[in-house]
Design a protein around this ligand. Structure first.
Ligand code: C2E
Ligand code: MG
Ligand code: MG
Ligand code: MG
Length: 291
């Protein structure tokens, strides 16, 4: 009896690829539903001016708490959104939501806050959507000035079709928005594009920043990026500033701003506004993280 039962049992083991593919497919279906039901949220991570210690701006980061699976990381669902084309809908949602949040902060403060919001744009959006129209519509419906927006683009949005990227970047500049090159140093773009495209800010990828404390090569790379940005008249932001040592080292090296867990994790809109108020009162340069 025992043996027969064991033989009739379905195989519990399944190849890793099969279950990964299944999860990916479920994520896609459920992401589509979550977008339609407006279940994604945007969090806002402060970017700190490393000279003054004030909040320079916030990066808007998508968050998804799944009913059964719990928190799903954007490092998992953004690639799925890109492969499925859902990124167009997600990207428009993020742009509108971020602009609405900043307009709401201004309304609560009774004046325009001296901060910008950074919105991530996928290479798929650059290739397939009319980004300038998406940005313009977010500005128009909120009444925000273009210079309150930083668009974070990656090197991958350039390599596929540099001519198109050039037109997109210039259209964004025409709206007075700031253009940042995200995760700089991890992609495959040529330095020639850096010179030709209207890029205002280089965001140094956190892999280099977190490496700085133990790896002299990472320090050399960060120094080189800072001096490249300086030579090309661009500003700089460091991602992944997790310790006070990193914050002070980056400040000494001349990096303009930093974002990371040392200052704050991504926050809900209300908490982000409170964080801004708290930082404004204490003017100590890159003082301890506030809660
Ligand atoms: P990213 O644009 O490079 O965003 C920075 C990431 O670094 C965020 O991860 C942020 O939470 C994380 N981070 C910030 N400070 C620290 C730190 O001190 N230590 C560590 N370990 N991590 C830190 P997150 O929120 O998981 O987002 C991952 C990526 O997903 C983003 O990387 C971006 O490429 C993408 N993403 C997120 N939201 C959106 C969106 O609305 N649209 C698009 N197209 N992409 C998005
Ligand atoms: Mg980013
Ligand atoms: Mg980044
Ligand atoms: Mg990154």
């Amino acid at each position: 009896v025992k043996q027969a039962k064991a033989a009739g049992k379905p195989q519990v083991y399944e190849p890793r690829e099969a279950s990964a593919a299944r999860r990916r497919f479920s994520i896609e279906t459920e992401l589509r539903r979550a977008l339609d039901k407006d279940q994604l949220r945007l969090f806002y991570q402060p970017l700190i001016n490393l000279k003054s210690g004030e909040v320079a701006g916030f990066e808007a980061l998508a968050r998804w708490t799944h009913e059964d699976r719990g928190e799903i990381s954007p490092t998992e669902f953004i690639p799925v959104a890109e492969e499925s084309g859902l990124i167009l809908q997600l990207g428009r949602w993020a742009m509108d939501r971020a602009a609405q949040t900043v307009a709401e902060w201004d309304r609560q403060a009774g004046e325009p806050l001296p901060v910008y919001v950074g919105v991530n744009l996928s290479a798929i959006q650059v290739a397939r959507d009319n980004i300038a129209e998406v940005v313009e519509s977010a500005l128009r419906s909120t009444g925000l000035a273009g210079n309150r927006l930083t668009l974070e683009l990656t090197e991958s949005s350039i390599v596929q079709d540099p001519g198109r990227a050039m037109r997109v970047f210039e259209a964004l500049k025409a709206l007075d928005a700031t253009v940042a090159m995200d995760d700089f140093g991890t992609g495959y773009s040529s330095l020639a594009y850096l010179q030709r495209l209207p890029i205002d800010v280089l965001k140094i990828d956190k892999s280099f920043v977190t490496g700085m404390m133990r790896d002299p090569d990472a320090v050399a790379i960060v120094r080189a990026v800072l001096s490249l940005a300086d030579a090309l008249g661009m500003s700089t932001t460091a991602e992944g500033v997790e310790t006070v040592e990193l914050a002070t080292t980056l400040a000494t090296l001349g990096c303009a701003s930093g974002q990371g867990y040392y200052f704050a994790r991504p926050l809900e809109a209300d908490a982000a506004l409170e964080y801004w108020k708290g930082r404004r009162k204490k003017s100590a340069p890159i003082g301890p993280a506030m809660s």
